[in-house]
Design a protein around this ligand. Structure first.
Ligand code: PGA
Length: 240
């Protein structure tokens, strides 16, 4: 029986009303679905107060455990506020904060040291895809992070295949293509693999029905409580 992880990445946005969002999330209590919301850091305490079936994630984590690192937040500090997951290596941070594979590897290990589950994001640009380099790029990114992890560490990890051209564009990858890449990733990472990139209420079922896709990392659609909870319900149905 399949289990799913449905993770929302609010990025630097919040829903118009957190109270209304929370009210919509009331009842799904899905059995084989882990639902996660990753809000902007100051809103972590609000989301930690959401119904229990929602786990809280951070959108980033420092590679360091403590010290003089202005602006950084350690995994242990996040954990004090109930955070269970941390997105690492999101393409937006790779692009705008110079996060290279080695740094993503160190952040992954920092999250693991504090008992958080890292959600390790990888994905190719449109130019890389058009040059036929998708598998090469993605397997390099995954190998750089997971190559040095033990089997026990991998058990706490999640990978997310997020083709950059599909993020925020409304152009999700074809479910079969996403499935093939998630299968490649899972061979190396040996942990659950999510798909991310324009997942919506309309395409969630076809994406989550794929054999090698263990869930979704959802940006825009996760800001809509109704859409997000209905995607959780779709996952719950598919896992039944
Ligand atoms: P999107 O974002 O669902 O808005 O495409 C996904 C992500 O960046 O995690």
């Amino acid at each position: 029986m399949k289990r799913f992880i449905i993770a929302g990445n609010w990025k630097m946005n919040i829903p118009p009303s957190l109270d209304e969002y929370r009210a919509v999330l009331k009842n799904p209590a899905p059995e084989r679905v882990t639902a996660v919301i990753c809000p902007p850091a100051p809103f972590i305490p609000y989301v930690a107060d959401f119904p229990d079936f929602i786990s809280v994630g951070a959108q980033d984590v420092s590679e360091h455990d403590s010290g003089s690192y202005t602006g950084e937040t350690s995994a242990a500090m996040l954990s004090v506020f109930g955070v269970k997951y941390a997105i690492v290596g999101h393409s937006e941070r790779r692009a705008s904060h110079f996060e290279v594979d080695e740094l993503v590897n160190r952040k992954t290990k920092a999250a693991l040291r504090a008992g958080l589950s890292p959600i390790v994001c990888v994905g190719e640009t449109l130019a890389e895809r058009e040059a036929g380099r998708t598998v090469e790029v993605v397997t390099r990114q995954i190998g750089a992070v997971f190559g040095s992890l033990s089997d026990a560490e991998r058990e706490s990890c999640v990978a997310a295949y997020e083709p950059i051209w599909a993020i925020g564009t409304g152009l999700a990858a074809a479910p079969e293509d996403a499935d093939a890449m998630c299968a490649e990733i899972s061979k190396i990472a040996r942990c659950p693999v999510l798909y991310g990139g324009s997942v919506s209420l309309a395409n969630a079922e076809s994406i989550l029905s794929q054999a090698h896709i263990d869930g979704a990392l959802i940006g825009g659609a996760s800001l809509d409580a109704d859409a997000f909870s209905r995607i959780i319900a779709i996952a719950a149905e598919l896992s039944a």
